[in-house]
Write a protein that binds this ligand. Structure first.
Ligand code: C2E
Ligand code: MG
Ligand code: MG
Ligand code: MG
Length: 281
């Protein structure tokens, strides 16, 4: 029943039906034991700095290695995990796993780069999020600038006070915060000045519109200018072509992520990226 999604990934569930209630029920039922049975895994995608083409960070992306159905992508279960609040446990699992991974790379003597975790709005609305985050990092002795947080603008729609308090506590201690999918959600250009964030990630829907190397997408270029004026790092996601890369460079983008450099890959395959520049022009 696996289907190919528009993104060229195999999806277990039929996207057009938007996950039926039966499928949803099945996922809901399986998820708690899937955490304890170790069925979730993380893939990592490098973030590349355009100045020297070095890998300056990784983003962790969760997948569900289902014993019967193979690899299931987040679109098929993150929303359900939010509805059932299981995302809180799953999120804690992600942070712990990234700490373990960094610890094991450290033991191997590898140069470490920061790893970003995607944190859902519901986790951030939990009063104890920042404390639990700090406790896990301390437990594994991971420096606070080695785990970064990606949040979407939608995290600031309701319960803003709790969300901002959690993020501010981490920001103040040097945890880097990225505003993910920038430009697609609830964003008032004024309030980003007051949010505890270090970086903007330009959503891949805007990058996709860049058709050739001398074509400048106005949303992309003005986001880059805005980020610079606000002293924020700017990362473009979903870079798939060389033309997009050239256009982004010309517009002054600092970092990129996308299939052009690497898809998200399992831990074993990421090791080679941490060592040297992965591409030169
Ligand atoms: P995101 O954080 O915006 O992650 C980027 C998504 O774009 C990933 O999809 C990645 O595989 C995909 N991508 C990267 N480069 C390219 C490219 O060049 N072309 C195209 N077409 N796609 C690209 P993925 O892994 O399926 O994740 C989807 C979303 O699920 C993520 O969007 C994030 O919002 C959420 N997610 C993933 N892992 C976690 C997690 O551990 N916790 C939570 N709460 N959410 C997660
Ligand atoms: Mg992300
Ligand atoms: Mg994104
Ligand atoms: Mg996204």
């Amino acid at each position: 029943k696996a289907k190919k999604s528009g993104r060229g990934q195999h999806r277990f569930f039929d996207q057009s039906l938007n996950t039926t209630s039966v499928e949803k029920f099945a996922i809901e039922q399986r998820m708690p034991s899937a955490i304890t049975d170790g069925e979730f895994i993380l893939h990592y995608q490098p973030k590349i700095r355009l100045q020297d083409y070095r890998v300056v960070g990784l983003e962790s992306l969760i997948r569900w290695q289902h014993p019967d159905h193979g690899l299931i992508f987040p679109l098929d279960f993150i929303e359900i995990a939010q509805e059932t609040r299981l995302i809180v446990d799953l999120g804690a699992w992600v942070i712990t796993s990234v700490c373990r991974q960094l610890d094991s790379w450290r033991t191997l003597g590898m140069d470490l780069v920061p790893v970003a975790v995607n944190v859902s709005p519901l986790e951030l609305k939990t009063e104890t999020f920042a404390d639990r985050f700090l406790t896990i990092l301390k437990q594994y002795d991971i420096p606070l600038d080695f785990i970064e947080i990606e949040v979407t603008e939608n995290a600031f729609i309701d319960d803003r006070e709790i969300v901002i308090r959690n993020l501010q506590a981490l920001f103040d201690r040097g945890v880097k915060i990225y505003l993910d999918d920038f430009g697609t959600g609830f964003s008032s250009l004024d309030h980003i000045r007051y949010l505890p964030v270090n970086a903007l990630k330009i959503d891949r829907s805007f990058v996709k519109e860049i058709r050739n190397s001398y074509h400048e997408n106005p949303i992309v270029s003005s986001t880059i200018i805005l980020a610079k004026k606000l002293n924020l790092t700017v990362v473009a996601e979903g870079v798939e072509t060389n033309d997009q890369l050239i256009s982004l460079r010309l517009a002054g983008c600092e970092q990129v992520q996308g299939y052009l450099f690497s898809r998200p890959v399992p831990e074993k395959k990421i090791q080679k990226f941490i060592i040297s520049p992965i591409r030169r022009l």
